[in-house]
Every structure is written in C-alpha cells, then in structure tokens.
Write a protein that binds this ligand. Sequence first.
Ligand SMILES: Nc1ncnc2c1ncn2[C@@H]1O[C@H](COP(=O)(O)OP(=O)(O)O)[C@@H](O)[C@H]1O
Ligand SMILES: [Mg+2]
Length: 270
Amino acid sequence: MTVTASTDLRACVGIDRPGIRAEGVTKRYGRTVVVDDVHLDLPLGGVTALIGPNGAGKSTLLSIVGRLLAADGGRVTVAGLDVATSRSDELAKAMAVLRQENHLDIRLTVRELVTFGRYPHSKGRPTGDDLVHVEKALEYLDLTGLADRFLDQLSGGQRQRAFVAMVLCQDTDVVLLDEPLNNLDLRHAVAMMGRLRDAARELGRTIVVVVHDINVASCYADTIVAMRDGRVAACGSPAQIMQPDLLEDIYGLPVRVHEIDDQLIATYYG
Ligand SMILES: Nc1ncnc2c1ncn2[C@@H]1O[C@H](COP(=O)(O)OP(=O)(O)O)[C@@H](O)[C@H]1O
Ligand SMILES: [Mg+2]
C-alpha cells in the first residue's frame, strides 16, 4: 500500500479531544515561510515522533507549540489551553519543553538543574514531595551517580540526560522534546525511548519527540508526523508511514523497509 500525503494527512486532523491541536500555524523569516499552514491534531496520551530532513521546520513547529516562539498565523491549543493567551504559570504546569540546544549561563550541578524543573510547582522553595520527584527523575535517567557533578564536567550525552530529567521532573501532561537522543549511546537512547513510552502508556502523558532515526520512530511512536519544507507531508501510525515510497519522498534517498521481529525497520545505506 502506498500512502500519499493527501490521504494520510486526514489521519491527524479532526481527532476528538486531541492533546495538541495546531490550526493553520505559519511562521516566516523575512519572505521565507518555514512553517506553512500546518493543521495537526496529536492524540492525547501517546508518543508522537516528529521526523523529517534538516530544515523541515520541526524545531520551529515544536517551539511554537511550546510557546518558545510566536507564530505569524494560526492557533495552537495544548490540553485545551490556547498557548498564545493562557497564563504562563498555568501552561508551565501543563507542558514542559526541551529545546534542541541548551545553554546555561550559570554553573549548576545535575541535581540543581533537575530541581529547577520543579520550579512551576515549588516556586523556588522545593518541598519534600518536589525532592522525591527530583530523585526519581535522576534515577530514571541513570544520573544518580552524577547528581553532584557540574554540568560542564559531563559528557554531551550525560548532559543531555540531565536536561531531559529536568523536563520530565516537571510532571506535566504534555512533554515536547527536540532531539532528546542527541549524543546518547545506544543503551541510553533505548532506555530513554522506553521511559518516554512508559510515561505515555502508564501515566497518560502526551509526548512529542523529534528524532532523526526513523527506526526509533517506527519502534517507539504511536504516531509519526513527517515534515518537509515547512509542511506536514504525512502523518499516521508507524505502519502507515514506514513505506519506502513515502520515506524516499520525505528524505530524498532510496529507502527499503523490512519486517523484523514484528517491527518495521528501514535501511538506507548505499
Ligand atoms: N531565527 C531564524 N532566522 C531565519 N531562519 C531560520 C531561523 N530559525 C530557523 N530558520 C530556518 O527555518 C527553517 C526550519 O528550521 P528548523 O525548524 O530549525 O528545522 P528542523 O528542526 O526541521 O531542522 C530552516 O530553513 C532554518 O534555516
Ligand atoms: Mg531542529
């Protein structure tokens, strides 16, 4: 079955009570449109993988949904809250965001950074309950032994896990993560995707994650959204998206898809 973008797109618009809804979201830099009239509903409770080539508009769209960036047009609602008009403190309790690049001007330990994630709840005065969340998040991301190290004393992958721990520690219903697997080794990448899937399945969280490895999207996501040139080119279940023609079209290179142990795996090396 070949899934064309136009038939496929309907799979992700018009869902009842979506976790995230984008309606006509547009962003321009000068005359260049980088997010182009995106309409998208993402299911409540589940992992959505956002895929697509460099420059497709994934980070821009995610930043708009996460209210890190204002759109030039359209509307986004997250858990029923309009991100443009809702109060910041209300939104911060509903949604946590990991940016693609994370720089801090202050020197913090891992535990201090993760504790900072509780700020929407603690307002700077963490309670016992906040500290329990912090320790749990540290453990979750395999950081307990590194908790007292400063961030500048960590490897890139360890630092990346600390930022993800900070985001998960916020305990929000909606979590947006832009390339959280950056710099992670295989074991930590697999563990992190497993943790995100558990958070979606067991805690009903709505998780959107930008990933470059389409096989990670295939194996861990409930829904895959493929972007190209600022638009949603296709959206659906892994079985609907893991199609050679469709992936070839998105990435501009020949892709084969194999079924291995009930999973759809793409190969694309020369
Ligand atoms: N601040 C900016 N000014 C001008 N162009 C930008 C800016 N940020 C992103 N872009 C452009 O917008 C497009 C989409 O970028 P981005 O959303 O980061 O893509 P992706 O995350 O899919 O790789 C790219 O062509 C990028 O060069
Ligand atoms: Mg990006």
